[in-house]
Design a protein around this ligand. Structure first.
Ligand SMILES: Nc1ncnc2c1ncn2[C@@H]1O[C@H](COP(=O)(O)OP(=O)(O)OP(=O)(O)O)[C@@H](O)[C@H]1O
Ligand SMILES: [Mg+2]
Length: 577
C-alpha cells in the first residue's frame, strides 16, 4: 500500500514543447462531436446538447495566474521536470489559456455531457431544460491527451470556465476547494487508493468569485454568508474521465430511442471506455456482447475494491451519485468529501448528502451506481438473451462480492487472515460507544499493545464512556485479549513474527490521514498568499504510512480538539465548490 517511490530517472519532459510531442487526442478523434458545436470552442452559455459524446470548448483562463503547487510524485512518475510547473508556457496552458500551445497540441479542449442518478433513481430536473440535455461538465474542461511511457493520460482543468453544461453558474472553482481536491488526490494515491491524480494548481491574483460559506466559528448547518474567493484552476489526470453518469446518458437515449444514432453512440462510448480503462483485461477481438459482459464484471471488481479501500482509510465520498462515480473504478470529484476522525458508521460531512451516502453505507451507494451502469449497458445486449442473463448474474452478485471485500479489509486492518464476526461486532460497538479516533486506534493496534493503555490515546471519551469508564475499559481489555489470542494463533500458522505482523498492519493502517481542522488553516493562509502550510500538508499526506518526525507526529497524529466539533466548514459543509 506504500506510495511507490518516484522514478529516479532524469526527467524526459522538461518543456511544454516536449509534452506537445506526446499529444495524442484519441477521444476527440474517435468519438462524436456535438454537431451543433462551434469549431472555435467559444461555447460558454447554457444550451441543450442533443447528440455527440463531447463538445469542443475553449477554456476561459484565469487572470494573472500564480503557481500554488504541483504534484511532485506524479511529475516524477510521468518523467516531468519539476521546474516545468513554474515555466511560463506550462502555467499559461494549465491556467486555461490554450491560445499559444505548441502544435500538435490543440487550442480547443472538450467537455462531456452526463446524466444524473442519485442512489439508483434517474433525475432530469437538475438540468435547466428539464430534459437532461444540459447536464454535464459545467466547469471541467479536458485540454490534453498524451501517451507518456506507453500509458495514455487525459488532463482536465477543473474550474476552467463555463461550458454549455454550466447551468448558468460561473464555471469556476475557488482556491479553497481546489486546494482540498489537489491535496486529497495526492493523499489518496499515497494511501494506495485508486484516484484521479493531481498535476498542478494555479490561482488568480485578481479574479474573485462569490460562494456561500460559513462565518468564523459558525455552527449553522448551512453557510450563513457570501464570501468572495479567489478563482483557481487545478488540473487532474486520469486514463479517462468517463463516469457512470456518462454511460447512463447514452444508455437512456438508446433505451428511449431518442435519435437514430443513439444506440451507435452508446456502443462507441462503451468501446472507448474499454479501450481507455480495460484494454489490459478485455481482448479487443471479442464481440461487443462479450466485451460488455466482461466490462460489467471488471468494473464490479474494481468498484468493490475501491469502496473497501475507502472504508479502510476512513474516506467518505459524500456525494456518490452516478456522475461522481468514475467508470474506470477510481475516486473522482473531491467536493463534499471527508475523512472520518471520530468513528461513526453514519459519518457524512455534506449536510445535503443524507444517510445514503454516509461512511459505512458506501457499499450500498456503490451498488446503486453499479445497477445504473448495468441498466445503461442493456440496450447493447438486446438481441442476446444469454449475455443479458450473464449481465444480470453479475449485477445480482454485487452485494456478495462487496461483502467479501469489506470483510477481507476488516480482517487486514486487524492483522487477521479471516473475518471474525463476533470479534468485529464487539469492536464496532466499542468504537462507536467510546468513541475512538479511527486512524489513531488502528495505528496503535498495529503496535500489538499488551494492554489498552496506548489504545486510550485514540479515545474521545464521550457521554457513554464517561458514564462508566471502568466498565468500558473492562470491555476493551476483554476484546483485546480475544484479539491477542487470534493473532497469536494466526501468527503461528503463518510463521510470522510479531514484528512482521506489526509492519504488515502498518501498511494497511495509515498513521497520517486527512484532518479537516488541519487543512483549514492551510487554505486560509493560501488565501493570503502563503502556501507554506499547503506544501507541508502535501509532504505529510503523501507519506501516510511513515512514522515521520516527532514534530510532525505531535502536530498531525492527534485527536480532533473539541472546539472544532460541530463547526460549519470544518465538521460539515453544505457547499464545497
Ligand atoms: N461553478 C460552477 N460552474 C459551472 N458548473 C458547475 C459549477 N459547480 C458545479 N458545477 C456543475 O454542477 C454539477 C454537479 O457538481 P459536482 O459538485 O458534482 O461536480 P464538480 O465538483 O464541479 O465536478 P466533478 O464531478 O467534475 O469533480 C457538475 O456537472 C458540475 O460540472
Ligand atoms: Mg461532480
Amino acid at each position: 500500500m506504500k506510495n511507490p517511490l518516484p522514478q529516479e530517472n532524469s526527467p524526459t519532459v522538461a518543456t511544454l514543447d516536449d509534452l506537445a510531442t506526446l499529444a495524442n487526442y484519441s477521444l476527440m478523434d474517435t468519438l462524436n462531436a456535438d454537431p451543433d458545436a462551434k469549431a472555435n470552442g467559444i461555447d460558454h452559455s447554457p444550451r441543450q446538447v442533443f447528440t455527440g459524446h463531447y463538445v469542443p470548448v475553449r477554456p476561459t483562463p484565469i487572470e494573472a495566474p500564480e503557481y500554488v503547487a504541483h504534484s511532485k510524485n506524479f511529475f516524477h512518475e510521468l518523467g516531468f521536470a519539476d521546474c516545468m510547473a513554474q515555466s511560463d508556457d506550462f502555467v499559461r496552458m494549465f491556467s486555461g489559456d490554450l491560445s499559444q500551445v505548441p502544435a500538435p497540441m490543440r487550442k480547443v479542449g472538450w467537455a462531456s455531457g452526463y446524466a444524473l442518478s442519485i442512489y439508483g433513481t434517474e433525475y432530469y430536473h437538475q438540468c435547466p431544460f428539464q430534459t437532461g440535455n444540459g447536464y454535464g461538465d459545467g466547469r471541467a474542461v479536458s485540454v490534453l491527451e498524451a501517451v507518456i511511457n506507453n500509458k495514455r493520460w487525459e488532463m482536465q482543468l477543473k474550474g476552467g470556465g463555463r461550458t454549455p453544461y454550466c447551468r448558468g453558474a460561473d464555471g469556476r472553482a475557488v482556491l479553497r476547494s481546489s486546494i482540498r481536491e489537489f491535496l486529497a488526490q495526492d493523499h489518496m494515491h499515497a494511501l494506495g487508493v485508486p484516484t484521479t491524480r493531481s498535476l498542478s494548481l494555479y490561482v488568480s491574483k485578481t479574479e474573485k468569485v462569490q460562494r456561500p460559506w460559513y462565518s468564523e466559528g459558525s455552527r449553522s448547518q448551512d453557510p450563513d454568508r457570501m464570501v468572495s474567493e479567489a478563482a483557481a484552476i487545478s488540473t487532474r489526470v486520469a486514463p479517462s474521465f468517463i463516469r457512470v453518469g456518462q454511460l447512463e446518458l447514452f444508455g437512456r437515449r438508446a433505451r428511449k430511442q431518442e435519435h437514430p444514432k443513439a444506440i451507435e453512440e452508446l456502443e462507441k462510448i462503451v468501446l472507448h471506455l474499454i479501450d481507455r480503462e480495460y484494454s489490459d483485461v478485455i481482448d479487443d477481438k471479442l464481440t461487443v456482447a462479450e466485451k460488455v459482459v466482461l466490462l460489467a464484471g471488471e468494473f464490479r471488481s474494481r468498484l468493490t475494491s475501491l469502496v473497501a479501500n475507502w472504508i479502510r482509510v476512513g474516506y467518505c465520498q459524500g456525494n456518490f451519485n452516478g456522475d461522481n462515480c468514475a467508470a474506470g473504478g477510481f475516486t473522482l470529484d473531491y467536493g463534499p468529501f471527508g475523512f472520518c476522525e471520530e468513528f461513526n458508521p453514519q459519518y457524512q460531512p455534506w449536510t445535503g448528502g443524507g444517510r445514503h451516502f454516509s461512511f459505512l453505507n458506501q457499499p450500498e451507494a456503490a451498488e446503486r451506481n453499479f445497477h445504473m451502469l448495468c441498466l445503461a449497458l442493456v440496450p447493447l445486449l438486446m438481441s442476446n438473451e444469454a449475455a443479458q442473463q450473464q449481465l444480470s448474474a453479475i449485477r445480482n452478485g454485487f452485494a456478495g462480492v462487496m461483502q467479501t471485500k469489506v470483510e477481507a479489509m476488516w480482517a487486514a486492518k486487524l492483522g487477521l487472515d479471516s473475518f471474525h464476526p463476533a470479534l468485529f461486532s464487539e469492536l464496532a460497538a466499542l468504537m462507536v460507544q467510546t468513541p475512538v479516533d479511527y486512524t489513531i486506534f488502528f495505528r496503535e493496534l498495529s503496535n500489538l499493545p499488551d494492554d489498552i493503555g496506548s489504545l486510550q490515546k485514540s479515545f474521545y471519551k464521550g457521554a457513554v464512556y464517561e458514564a462508566d469508564p471502568e466498565g468500558l475499559d473492562q470491555r476493551w481489555s476483554e476484546w483485546l485479549s480475544q484479539w491477542q489470542l487470534l493473532i497469536s494463533s494466526a501468527n503461528t500458522a503463518r510463521g510470522c513474527s510479531p514484528e512482521e505482523l506489526s509492519e504488515q498492519m502498518k501498511r494497511v493502517n495509515p498513521k497520517y490521514s486527512w484532518r479537516e481542522w488541519l487543512v483549514v488553516p492551510a487554505y486560509q493562509q493560501a488565501a493570503a498568499g502563503n502556501y507554506a502550510l499547503v506544501r507541508e500538508l502535501q509532504d505529510v499526506l503523501t507519506q501516510p504510512y511513515e512514522e515521520q518526525s516527532k514534530e510532525i507526529e505531535e502536530k498531525y497524529y492527534r485527536l480532533k480538539p473539541t472546539e472544532f466539533c460541530e463547526l460549519g466548514g470544518l465538521s460539515h459543509y453544505s457547499c464545497s465548490s
